[in-house]
Ligand binder design. Structure first.
Ligand code: FE2
Length: 150
């Protein structure tokens, strides 16, 4: 696989993680239940780590990683627009779920790319984080945590 193609994928994943951090920042404004908040903050930390590690890989290949944009856009904007009628933890978790579906899909696809071994390892590790995030968020929605928090 050529460096140029590897870089294209890594930059696209890095941008996805940047968008995810924006989604988490936006969600956290609506989440006041302490235990849910703690989990969501730790997931945001995973996404920040992904950004740092992907950026490092991109620089090693001689390119510049995507800049941390100030605003959210793309799928994050869509996700939050769709749940605008919902407020509080419920709306925040449902928006995050649609974001996590996206990151799971994209990392799931990236796993099948013939990357060099170290890159493959990184993608695999990030993919497992994404699975964990989605699982928690789905369980929180299924058990209607916002009713317990109210
Ligand atoms: Fe995630």
């Amino acid at each position: 696989m050529e460096d140029r193609d590897i870089l294209k994928e890594l930059k696209s994943l890095c941008q996805l993680d940047i968008d995810a951090v924006h989604a988490y920042n936006e969600s956290l404004r609506h989440i006041d239940a302490p235990d849910v908040k703690k989990q969501i903050e730790s997931f945001r930390g995973d996404h920040e780590r992904h950004i740092n590690e992907l950026s490092e890989s991109i620089r090693k290949l001689g390119d510049e990683p995507p800049k941390f944009s100030k605003d959210f856009r793309g799928y994050v904007l869509d996700a939050f627009t769709k749940v605008r009628s919902l407020t509080g933890i419920e709306g925040a978790l449902k928006a995050l779920r649609s974001g996590e579906n996206m990151t799971n899909k994209r990392y799931g696809e990236a796993r099948n790319i013939d990357f060099p071994a170290l890159t493959k390892e990184l993608i695999e590790k990030n993919f497992r984080d994404e699975q964990r995030h989605l699982k928690y968020i789905e369980q929180a929605i299924d058990s209607r945590v916002w009713e317990k928090a109210a």
